[in-house]
Design a protein around this ligand. Structure first.
Ligand SMILES: Cc1cc2nc3c(=O)[nH]c(=O)nc-3n(C[C@H](O)[C@H](O)[C@H](O)COP(=O)(O)O)c2cc1C
Length: 159
């Protein structure tokens, strides 16, 4: 069974609600899922995951420092994540408040690791975004995104 990590940072709970929805759907799709806040993450576990989905609040159009710290430390495993599947999501205060650049900042690091990321022709193209709160639309986006990531992961890593 492919293993997934849903890693997130949150201060006021919106990104956490997204992370929980993504983790729930990934489990429904048959993946083994670890849902972990950045503060509780053990870096040495990183190479065991076939799918890594990272969520951060949008802070000045970028990921939170806590997420960046983990990504910078992930250099320890540079090369080992090649071919794994990755994704990103964010919550922001404003609709055009830098949420897409935040998602890109995370995806950029995952791509440099050699990971495979997936866009979407409908909805939020780069990854789910919640504006101010975790509403029904955000929940639906998280579920759809997780289903698509699960499909790619299972096609590559089912064994
Ligand atoms: C330090 C800081 C910087 C922020 N920068 C932005 C920003 O650039 N654009 C935006 O739309 N919202 C910004 N926000 C609002 C957060 O992105 C928003 O409240 C988010 O939903 C918080 O996520 P959380 O509930 O998971 O902590 C900022 C909030 C903080 C605390």
């Amino acid at each position: 069974m492919p293993k997934a990590l849903v890693l997130y940072y949150t201060r006021t709970g919106t990104t956490e609600a997204m992370a929980k929805a993504i983790a729930h759907t990934l489990r429904e799709e048959g993946l083994s899922v670890d849902l972990v806040h950045c503060d509780n993450f053990s870096l040495h576990t990183l190479p065991q995951y076939h799918l890594i989905v990272i969520g951060s609040p949008t802070y000045y159009g970028n990921m939170a420092a806590e997420v960046k710290k983990i990504l910078d430390e992930s250099v320890r495993f540079h090369g080992e994540l090649n071919g794994r599947v990755g994704g990103a999501f964010t919550s922001s205060g404003n609709p055009a408040g830098g949420n897409e650049t935040t998602i890109f900042s995370i995806l950029q690091a995952l791509l440099i690791h050699g990971m495979i990321v997936k866009g979407r022709p409908e909805g939020s193209h780069y990854g789910p975004v919640a504006i101010e709160r975790f509403d029904q639309q955000a929940e639906q986006e998280c579920q759809e995104y997780a289903r698509e990531l699960a499909k790619v992961t299972k096609s590559l890593w089912a064994s």
